[in-house]
Design a protein around this ligand. Structure first.
Ligand SMILES: NC(=O)c1ccc[n+]([C@@H]2O[C@H](COP(=O)([O-])OP(=O)(O)OC[C@H]3O[C@@H](n4cnc5c(N)ncnc54)[C@H](OP(=O)(O)O)[C@@H]3O)[C@@H](O)[C@H]2O)c1
Length: 292
């Protein structure tokens, strides 16, 4: 099976590494070719253009930043070479963006399955991602042998759009839980209360979420380097959630302040750092970017 991988960023490179380890023939294309180096050293073939990567490939996998980048690479880059090709779209994009992209791929004679994932580089490298699929059942059936190399139990959630909505619903929780814990942690520390009793009370209650402990040390140390999932992508996903929520008629204004807070990450130089750098923003202006 020949797979063409478009996008060798943080997640794409981990997915590519896993696919090579599982014995797939892999072609890689990335806008910045130097980010393909590790995969080429591991046995992937380089493609000079999206068309070259796509031609004759059994599957085209996209792991690009957002909807516009994915549409540009597939529709403008691969273009007419989409005829007869099957697309697995794994990046997190908008619900409507995915539906529109699916229609455009099909209009060019291709097939489209959205396959966003929960989990990050470590899970991609280990093949333990949680994968949500939206699109035709028969296409998912065809994709399963490949998808099972990345995720033990790919789940079919319905038509195109259903998996992306589910992914955004989950990522809204990443943003909201990180934000909620960060503010409470700051308050306890600013009041001069010992941290351990607060954490013990929290861990013993129904309010606890494992992500709190997962990010605690980074937050205490103010260490947001070497991200698996950067702050800019969390902001993008919260924005996409808000768009989907508005389209669904939800009252999501409670999240607008969080989105505004995340916009401040750019000026604070936090966009490329781990998303729990949100903790530096909740620290307030005087203490921003310094650990408590
Ligand atoms: N990282 C995670 O843990 C994780 C988990 C689940 C889902 N996701 C989603 O997966 C996608 C990729 O995430 P990532 O963390 O791998 O991001 P990343 O490291 O920022 O990589 C982004 C990729 O998109 C490419 N790109 C951006 N704009 C482009 C454009 N206009 N034209 C062509 N290529 C473009 C980049 O190319 P260059 O190298 O040239 O910039 C790079 O290959 C995102 O949708 C993200 O939300 C990520």
């Amino acid at each position: 099976m020949t797979i063409a991988l478009f996008g060798t960023g943080l997640l794409g490179s981990a997915i590519g590494t896993r696919l090579l380890e599982r014995g797939h023939a892999l072609r890689v294309w990335n806008r910045s070719p130097e980010r393909c180096a590790a995969l080429l050293a591991a046995g992937a073939r380089s493609a000079a253009s999206p068309v070259e990567a796509a031609t004759g490939a059994d599957w085209l996998i996209t792991v690009l930043s957002d909807g516009p980048a994915t549409a540009a690479v597939l529709l403008d880059g691969v273009g007419t070479a989409l005829e007869g090709r099957r697309v697995l779209q794994m990046g997190t994009i908008g619900v409507e963006e995915s539906v529109t992209l699916a229609a455009a791929v099909m209009a060019r004679g291709g097939r489209y399955l959205e396959a966003p994932v929960l989990g990050s580089r470590p899970e991609a490298l280990a093949g333990t991602l949680q994968l949500m699929a939206g699109g035709p059942c028969d296409l998912l059936e065809e994709a399963l042998p490949l998808l099972r190399d990345l995720a033990p139990e790919p789940r079919h959630l319905g038509d195109v759009g259903s998996a992306m909505a589910t992914k955004l619903a989950l990522n809204q929780l990443i943003a909201s839980l990180t934000h909620a814990f960060s503010l409470s942690l700051h308050l306890v520390q600013r009041q001069g209360v010992a941290l351990e009793p607060f954490l013990e009370l929290l861990r013993g209650s129904a309010l606890y979420a494992p992500t709190f402990d997962k990010k605690l040390q980074r937050e205490l140390d103010g260490d947001y380097a070497n991200p698996n999932f950067p702050t800019a992508h969390l902001r993008k996903d919260l924005g996409l959630f808000l768009e989907a929520a508005a389209a669904a008629g939800l009252e999501a204004s409670g999240l607008v302040g969080l989105q505004e807070l995340l916009r401040g990450a750019t000026a604070a130089g936090l966009d490329g750092l781990d998303y729990c750098a949100l903790h530096a923003l909740t620290a307030g202006r005087a203490a921003a970017a310094t650990p408590d």
